[in-house]
Design a protein around this ligand. Structure first.
Ligand code: NAD
Ligand code: WQD
Length: 337
């Protein structure tokens, strides 16, 4: 059984990936400092899998904590690094906090991995590294445009650090997630909001649940078929599976050192209005909305060219947008209860 350290595993994507890891026979060691989570998703993972989660509360910037963990849990076969602050808006208000947390976490983690000769590493990157690309669907060789936010800058800087540090004997995969949505089909884990949501789908489900009067669609005058922005929405379970395939990819490679980045998206551009209508179609629940002003910093359209992940990792999105919206709604209903 391979032991995988999962940082930020009490959060949204980390918890879903931990479920997939356990169900595929891995032995995850989960850490989180609970800055944007609590124990609830850990409990959910245990209910889904019937297994106790090997969880340790701690911070990725805390070298002593990590050294002790690697000593007592070792040998660790690989690391999936989800832990980060991820709110674009908050990063504009607190840029130094974002740089400090997201970059120092990575640096300390790599240092400790090197000390314990742990070499396989999967990084949570983001489509935000591309900014508004010149060509869509965007592929992995597109140049990074200037990041729209400090959060986006941290992802670009972390990828650069990883690209540089591959010479230290690391074998690294960066997964550039597009827009993860939905929840586990059991409704036992999903996205927990600490304060206002960061993303569109929680706004849709909270409006549908009556927590909010109306959804505001940010801009109806973009040059897209219906005037609203296009994104590539991907079910969080499909995204989680990509991490398992990335681990298998690293396992299958004989190189002492490597760095590869993969887009993880469906390849399908979906507009905000299509998503709102898709939600009503999937759930039968109406979402009152109005079209408001554009949101500063939004790119007009971005969706993935996922061919590299399809062919090299053998990864394909299997779940539909409707599956994701229904799962998001079932999770919201559970939160409402
Ligand atoms: P999340 O906030 O639900 O999970 C991140 C977890 O990391 C939280 O539980 C938080 O408490 C923890 N954390 C933060 N800093 C930490 C530190 N220094 N030490 C230990 N734990 C720490 O976010 P998520 O949506 O699950 O995102 C996971 C990763 O995926 C992040 O790196 C994020 O930037 C990236 N990502 C997310 C999205 C998205 O839309 N959700 C899209 C692209 C990339
Ligand atoms: C999607 C669309 C909004 C809320 C963000 C990060 C990105 C990545 C994914 C982490 C946009 C519109 C939204 C609302 C709306 N995360 N919208 N009304 O901005 O594509 O990407 O999450 O790496 O880095 O920037 O996602 O869900 O915020 O927005 O009309 O109330 O929904 O304008 O077109 P985004 P989002």
């Amino acid at each position: 059984m391979k032991k995988i350290l999962v940082t930020g595993g009490a959060g949204y994507i980390g918890s879903h990936t931990t479920v997939e890891l356990i169900q595929a026979g891995y032995e995850p060691v989960v850490i989180d400092n609970f800055i944007y989570s609590d124990g609830s998703l850990i409990t959910g993972i245990e209910k889904i899998t019937g297994k106790k989660v090997n969880f340790h509360k701690g911070d990725c910037r805390d070298k002593e904590f990590l050294v002790e963990l690697f000593k007592t849990q070792g040998p660790i076969d690989g690391v999936i690094h989800f832990a980060a602050l991820k709110s674009v808006g908050e990063s504009v208000q607190k840029p130094l906090l974002y740089h400090q947390n997201n970059i120092e976490s990575l640096l300390v983690l790599l240092e400790v991995m090197k000390q314990f000769n742990v070499r396989d590493f999967i990084f949570s990157s983001s489509c935000t590294v591309y900014g508004q690309p010149d060509h869509i669907p965007v592929n992995e060789s597109a140049p990074f445009k200037r990041a729209e936010s400090p959060y986006g800058a941290t992802k670009q800087i972390c990828e650069r650090i990883l690209e540089d540090s591959f010479v230290d004997g690391f074998r690294i995969v960066s997964l550039r997630y597009f827009n993860p949505i939905g929840a586990h089909k059991s409704s036992l884990i999903g996205e927990v909001q600490f304060g206002n949501p960061n993303n569109l789908v929680p706004y849709i489900t909270q409006t549908a649940a009556g927590w909010r009067d109306k959804l505001t669609i940010f801009g109806g005058d973009y040059s897209t078929p219906d005037g609203t922005c296009l994104r590539d929405y991907i079910h969080v379970t499909d995204l989680s599976v990509a991490h398992l395939l990335a681990l298998k990819f690293l396992d299958s490679r004989k190189e002492d050192t490597l760095y590869e980045a993969f887009n993880v998206g469906t390849g399908q551009g979906v507009s905000v209005l299509e998503l709102v209508k898709g939600f009503t179609h999937a759930t039968g629940v109406n979402v009152p909305y109005n079209i408001g002003a554009r949101r500063p910093g939004d790119v007009e359209k971005v969706f993935a060219d996922p061919k590299k992940a399809n062919s090299v990792l053998g990864w394909n999105a299997k779940l539909s947008i409707e599956d994701a919206l229904l799962d998001a709604w079932n999770w919201q209903k559970k939160l409402t209860k």
